[in-house]
Ligand binder design. Structure first.
Ligand code: ATP
Ligand code: MG
Length: 365
């Protein structure tokens, strides 16, 4: 296969805990896909954004991290933090959340896709049932997670606490634009908006209003809206009916954890923090954290890391390679070989065994 012949510069940050164990498997599979599809991944590994780096340097990132990372096409990230060593407000706030803000990664994107061979905690599904396969698009920079607010009369009976939600025209329209375009590119072209305009009476009606306004630019996309409470119920009761779901920072956060939960183990779910303009690098990572409880046992499921690599290839435009990677994941998990799949999926496999099985499936595609 001739392939695109392109070279992509990827910053590789393994981080902490099982991030260090699943990263080699992700890279192994990415290399297989790039070899097969005729493009090059130029990888540069960094040791910052980890507890070890913090221990040596007293900070999570070097002073010139923005200039260091800006030239990369994407950041491939493992996991950060170990609450037994340092609190999350140092490790997480000092690294991932800095990236998210500085690199204006205003889209958080997660697939919700039930892979054959993976048991959903929902009722048993039969062969031939409609597929569970949709995207959750979360606004990643504003909304309910502002730090604007305050607390007065602390400790008295007149204690008063407030925190504001920020919704800007630019911030709202750009996340909706991304979600509409994503829906437009899919066969069903259905966009579901999460709202709560019957309870949150100023910002959420504004969100709804922008959805209606933006929908005029995408007449071929069908739009529906649900209040967040009933929407979570629909996620569980009829996940097969969704295509692309978009929500504010808080609602998107809730839905993007619920989605992967109904499609099996946290060990397989990936996530993208995306700057669609391309001005700054986007970041791809597994949903799971550093899992100190299993670190060192070499049983961490590498599929979340590998699937995050697959999302990175989609983002870079290497669609055929990305399709192969996803098919390879489906093929290996689908055959459900107990000697390959990791204990979180009920098997006896090890991180590297499962990684190598998927690598081989990619090469054999
Ligand atoms: P963080 O705060 O970084 O999200 P956490 O401890 O809250 O970390 P995880 O690190 O994601 O959350 O771990 C949650 C649970 O899921 C742990 O019991 C962990 O062992 C398990 N787990 C997480 N990732 C994997 C994986 N890749 N394979 C198997 N088990 C995993
Ligand atoms: Mg957690």
């Amino acid at each position: 296969m001739p392939g695109s012949g392109k070279t992509y510069k990827i910053a590789v940050i393994a981080g902490d805990g099982i991030g260090l164990e699943v990263m080699p498997e992700g890279l192994r599979c990415l290399q297989a896909a790039s070899k097969k599809h005729g493009f090059t991944l130029s990888l540069t590994e960094f040791d910052f954004a980890s507890c070890d780096y913090y221990e040596k340097n007293g900070k999570m990132l070097p002073d010139d991290w923005v200039e260091l990372l800006k030239p990369f096409d994407a950041i491939y990230f493992g996991a950060v933090g170990d609450p037994r060593r340092y609190p999350d407000h140092i490790t997480l706030w000092g690294s991932l959340l800095q990236f998210r803000r500085q690199f204006d990664q205003y889209v958080n994107l997660r697939p919700v896709r039930l892979i054959p061979g993976v048991q959903s905690p929902l009722a048993l599904r039969k062969p031939g049932d409609e597929k569970i396969d949709f995207w959750v698009v979360r606004e990643n920079t504003e909304g309910e997670y502002s730090e604007i607010g305050g607390r007065i009369f602390t400790g008295t009976s007149r204690e008063f606490v407030t925190q504001e939600t920020i919704m800007t025209r630019i911030g709202t329209d750009r996340i909706l634009d991304y979600a509409f375009k994503l829906a437009q590119g899919r066969p069903r072209k259905l966009l579901t908006s999460a709202t709560k305009s019957n309870g949150i009476s100023i910002t959420m009606p504004y969100w709804d209003e922008r959805v209606v306004e933006m929908s005029k630019k995408f007449p071929d996309v069908k739009v529906e809206k649900y209040h967040i409470d009933i929407l979570t119920a629909h996620f569980v009761a009829r996940p097969q009916s969704f295509d692309v779901v978009v929500g504010s920072n808080l609602f998107g956060d809730i839905l993007s954890d619920l989605g992967p939960a109904i499609t099996g183990t946290i060990g397989i779910a990936p996530s993208g923090n995306i700057n669609p303009t391309g001005e700054w690098p986007s970041l791809f990572e597994p949903v799971h954290g550093s899992a100190p409880d299993i670190y060192g046992k070499k049983i961490a499921n590498p599929v979340g890391m590998i699937w995050a690599g697959q999302m990175m290839l989609l983002h870079l435009g290497e669609t055929a390679a990305a399709e192969d990677m996803l098919s390879a994941i489906e093929q290996v998990l689908g055959r459900g070989d107990f000697s390959e799949i990791t204990p979180d999926m009920g098997g006896k496999g090890r991180t590297e065994i499962l990684g190598r099985a998927i690598e081989k499936a990619i090469l054999d595609m």
